[in-house]
Structures are given as C-alpha cells and as structure tokens.
Design a protein around this ligand. Structure first.
Ligand code: ATP
Length: 225
C-alpha cells in the first residue's frame, strides 16, 4: 500500500514584524491544502529590501511568540544559520535535502511578492524544488509582468488536487481572507507611538514592547544599489 507523501508549506519573509496578514492566510492554507505543517522562515539578510532595524534573532523570536500553541505552525531558523544574503532557492534546496524527493513542498508567497519573482535569484529553478502557492493580497495588481506571465502560464494549476499528484512544479492562485495589513504599517505606528493592536497577536506586541523594538523614528534603510 502506498503512503500519501507529506505536504509542507513554506512561508518565507522578513517578518519585521509578523502580523495577522501572515498568520490567518497561513492557517487557511494549512487547512485547505491539507498540509502537515507551515514553516515560517525569517530571512537573515533580505535580498530585496534594506537591512531591518530589528535583528534576525529578534524577528525569529517574534515569529515564535505569534505561532506558539498553533498545531502545524513551525518556526524554522535555517536562514539565520546561513551566512550572507538569504535566497529562497538555497532555502528550498536545503528543505528538499532534509525532507527528500517525495515530500510535497509548497512555497507560499503573497501576490505582491510573486509579481517580483523574476528578480529573485535563480527564480526559474524554484518550481523544480517546490510548488508555488500565491495568496491574494489587497492592493496587489492582478496582471503579471510579461516575462513572468509567460513562464507561469503553463505551470498554473486550476485545482489544488493537481498539486497533490507531484512534489513540485505547479503554481496555484489561492483565495485567502483579505487582510490589508503590512509590517511597514505596524513599524510606522510604533515609531509614531501609536498602537498596532489587533493587527498582530497581543503576545507578539508584548514582546515588541518588552524589548523596546521599533521605537526609533522611522528610518527605512534603502536597498544598496
Ligand atoms: P513589509 O511591509 O515590511 O514589506 P510585509 O508585511 O509585506 O512586510 P513580509 O515579511 O515581507 O511582510 O511578507 C512575507 C510574505 O507574506 C510575502 O510573500 C508577502 O507577500 C506575504 N504577505 C505579507 N502580508 C500579507 C497580507 N496582508 N496578505 C497576504 N500576504 C501577505
């Protein structure tokens, strides 16, 4: 009798800080795609934005507070253990090595991040390592850039069931509850001394206050050109 292969969701991000716009869609995908787990993987050094004010260890700690007690949610520190800029292709390679060729890997990205996919390192290899699940995000335009559209079109699956037939290679556009929340908005509120309560878990907010994070005036480091 053949065993059903394991399905693992992978949600990478800066998580600067983690919020309900990450958490609620992740829970919906855990349940609707019947995943064994969703791994939250904070990057050490983001490839597409400036260096966060808050260290990678602190962002990981915030993730841990946010997901504590939720079965199936896992905080994964593999990008913190790797030197240099955090590239998703390296992360997926390491997950593939750890979980084997049969495991179904689902890389979860917001629609805004997916639109930028062709700027990611070795982006065309991503679907050799995992499926990609694109979550709708408020404000993200529907139309894709031409290069991405052409590459994505033959890989798009109309139904989640198609993804279950292979370990990687498909792209699924999956509706999730639309929460117009961003980490940028939360950092801006905190820097102004206003409350971001109800945009993220209270335990995470308590951790932010306990460690005096995001209090300094909003200086967003720009990405070095
Ligand atoms: P920032 O405002 O600092 O750019 P962010 O809120 O977009 O941060 P990230 O950590 O960069 O958060 O996001 C990680 C992943 O989660 C990305 O794929 C992003 O598209 C997705 N994501 C973030 N917020 C939402 C949201 N509200 N709805 C759907 N997807 C989201």
């Amino acid at each position: 009798m053949s065993q059903t292969p394991r399905s693992i969701g992978i949600l990478g991000g800066t998580f600067d800080p983690i919020h309900y716009g990450h958490l609620r869609p992740a829970l919906e995908l855990l349940e609707t795609l019947d995943l064994a787990e969703v791994r939250f993987i904070p990057c050490r050094i983001p490839a597409h934005r400036g260096t966060p004010q808050v260290t990678a260890e602190q962002r990981l700690a915030l993730v841990q507070t946010a997901i504590a007690g939720q079965p199936g949610f896992v905080a994964d520190d593999r990008e913190l253990r790797r030197e240099g800029t955090s590239y998703m292709v390296d992360t997926l390679t390491s997950l593939r090595d750890e979980f084997g060729q049969q495991t179904l890997l689902y890389l979860i990205v917001g629609a805004d991040a997916f639109r930028e996919l062709s700027t990611w390192r070795r982006w065309q290899e991503l679907t050799t390592l995992a499926h990609i699940v694109v979550m709708q995000r408020p404000g993200a335009p529907q139309a894709l850039p031409m290069t991405l559209e052409e590459w994505a079109a033959p890989r798009v699956a109309s139904d989640a069931a198609i993804l279950r037939t292979r370990p990687a290679g498909c792209i699924l556009f999956q509706p999730v509850t639309q929460l117009d929340i961003s980490a940028t908005q939360i950092r801006a509120l905190l820097a102004r001394g206003q409350s971001p309560r109800y945009l993220l878990p209270d335990t995470t907010l308590a951790c932010i206050h306990d460690h005096g994070l995001y209090r300094s005036p909003l200086v967003e480091n720009s990405f070095p050109s």
